[in-house]
Design a protein around this ligand. Structure first.
Ligand code: FES
Length: 128
């Protein structure tokens, strides 16, 4: 059943925005006028994907940088963990990071659920 979610001018080209529709968290994104809808939570460890980046139809998670195809929901990469800074990891943290990396190897990455989008008269509707 299609639900009206947003107006097209709420999401600029290259932008993403989170919505809750019928209790389901989704993200709408705008790939140069083409709108896609997918589940908000990352298929790796649930980070909010609307806080990541969008490059064309490719969504990159803000936490470990897994990339997804916004149109199909397919995971396009593995994790790319980063320390988050320019400096090398402090020696006192090397063991902890190695342990976290070994745990991370066992976390599967799931494709995202996507939703059919309809745009009519400036209104974006999603089939929930
Ligand atoms: S939570 Fe998204 S890549 Fe890890």
């Amino acid at each position: 059943m299609f639900k009206d979610v947003a107006k097209t001018d709420e999401i600029l080209p290259g932008g993403m925005k989170a919505y809750e529709v019928e209790g389901i968290e989704i993200v709408l994104c705008n790939d140069n006028g083409k709108f896609y809808a997918f589940e908000r939570r990352c298929g790796h460890m649930n980070a909010p994907l609307d806080m990541g980046t969008l490059n064309g139809y490719i969504v990159t998670c803000p936490l470990h940088s897994v990339q997804f195809d916004a149109a199909t929901g397919k995971a396009l990469s593995g994790i790319m963990p980063s320390y988050g800074g320019e400096e090398p990891v402090p020696k006192s943290m090397v063991g902890t990071f190695a342990w976290l990396a070994s745990l991370m190897e066992h976390v599967k990455i799931h494709d995202l659920r996507t939703y059919v989008v309809r745009v009519q008269d400036g209104v974006i509707s999603v089939d929930i």
